[in-house]
Design a protein around this ligand. Structure first.
Ligand code: PRP
Ligand code: URA
Length: 206
């Protein structure tokens, strides 16, 4: 399934708190962290595993472990708000960073930083809370694919239909996992109903 939206009532409850303009930065950060946990669980539910024999204190047990190493790539800066939620569940992963900023006039994304670990044969979780026009995600994914990414999943908190369409047209095999698919974009390319500027709300900037 290329697009998955979260159905869990707790996830919807957390998202409503993020949307609420009365939610301050400190609450926003901790709710974002909790909501990311649900996205990670959904995004990893069919991760390939291999068998792993261990000894319990009483006898042998045939368990499982993840087949591939996982890489998480937060898109700076708003994606940093989701990073700890991923690391908490998969502590042994590697972390890469892609720095992107949308021009306030044109909404075009430009890249200002990129530092990535080895991507070959790894599951990559690209995290950026807002998928609006899809321009930022497209730049990030292009870069990851150029560096060898094959199994890529994009985790966001709010997606617009325009952004989803753009990404799936360009990357038909991409999996997008979002807490909500909203109505659309306004003239300034902000998501409606959305939650405003995620980075500003996360970091208390304007
Ligand atoms: C936000 C968001 C995405 C981008 C989405 O970042 O975190 O990266 O906008 O918009 P798009 O789909 O139209 O490209 P922003 O550029 O505001 O930078 P920030 O994270 O530094 O606040
Ligand atoms: N970036 C945001 O932070 N919010 C939007 O609604 C769109 C892009």
């Amino acid at each position: 399934m290329p697009l998955t939206t979260l159905k869990h009532p707790l996830a919807k409850h957390f998202l409503t708190q993020l949307r609420d303009r009365e939610t301050n930065s400190s609450e926003f950060r901790s709710v974002c962290h909790r909501l990311t946990t649900f996205l990670v669980i959904e995004a990893t539910k069919n991760l390939p595993v291999i068998s792993s024999s261990i000894e319990t204190p009483l006898e042998s047990f045939e368990g499982i472990k993840l087949e591939h190493n996982v890489v998480v790539v937060p898109v700076l800066r708003a994606g940093l708000g989701m990073l700890e939620g991923v690391v908490e569940l998969i502590p042994e992963l590697s972390v890469g960073y892609v720095g992107l900023e949308r021009d306030h006039e044109t909404a075009e994304a430009h890249s200002y930083y990129c530092k990535l670990p080895e991507l070959d044969n790894r599951l990559i979780l690209l995290v950026d809370p807002m998928l609006a026009t899809g321009g930022s995600a497209e730049v990030a994914i292009d870069r990851l694919v150029a560096e060898g990414a094959c199994d890529l999943r994009f985790l966001c908190i709010v997606a617009s239909p325009e952004g989803v369409e753009r990404l799936l047209k360009r990357f038909p095999k991409l999996e997008i996992i979002t807490a909500a698919l909203d109505r659309g974009l306004n003239r300034d390319k902000y998501i409606l109903p959305g939650l405003g500027d995620f980075g500003d709300r996360l970091y208390g900037t304007t």
